[in-house]
Write a protein that binds this ligand. Structure first.
Ligand code: HEM
Length: 133
């Protein structure tokens, strides 16, 4: 029987395991490594804060992910397949490591945030096109 996500150490395990998969992923790896040239030692703790805030309402995340994804989307379009793959790897990692109420919450929040990011990127692109006319 797997345990639920209970504390910061569990979130670190989830986040670190997930991004190991992302790095190794054919579709997503290059976006992080080549395009964003991500500083993992800053990104991983930021993502732990983000998920800790979502699951345990700690107020520990204060960044602006929408702006970061908008910026990224202008360099390389983040398409539906990218989001499907992100969701697949994230849900796969949650389910492989944990089960319970918080684990379900992590999965469902990931899917809903993913939809929101996709929608906002799409609105932002339309806005850009309109202002170019
Ligand atoms: C196509 C799917 C996605 C890709 C390729 C992607 C890629 C990235 C990259 C490269 C960054 C770093 C940007 C930078 O620091 O310059 C980033 C930041 C971030 N991503 Fe995503 N992302 C995706 C989906 C998601 C989803 C679905 C979530 C949430 C459920 C999410 C949460 C975040 C957060 C919170 C940050 C900001 C961390 C900080 O404040 O430094 N991402 N993403």
């Amino acid at each position: 029987m797997k345990k639920d996500i209970e504390n910061r150490a569990d979130i670190e395990l989830l986040v670190n395991t997930f991004y190991e998969k992302v790095k190794a992923d054919k579709q997503l790896g290059f976006i992080f490594e080549e395009i964003a040239q991500i500083n993992w030692s800053a990104h991983l703790p930021a993502m732990c804060n983000f998920w800790e805030n979502i699951l345990f309402y700690t107020g520990s995340y204060t960044g602006n992910p929408m702006n970061l994804h908008k910026h990224l989307d202008q360099i390389t379009r983040l398409n539906d397949a990218n989001f499907d793959q992100w969701n697949k790897l994230f849900l796969g990692t949650v389910n492989e490591l944990f089960e319970g109420e918080k684990a379900e919450m992590a999965g469902s929040r990931a899917i809903s945030i993913s939809k929101i990011i996709k929608q906002k990127l799409s609105d932002h692109r339309k806005g850009d096109t309109a202002s170019d006319l």
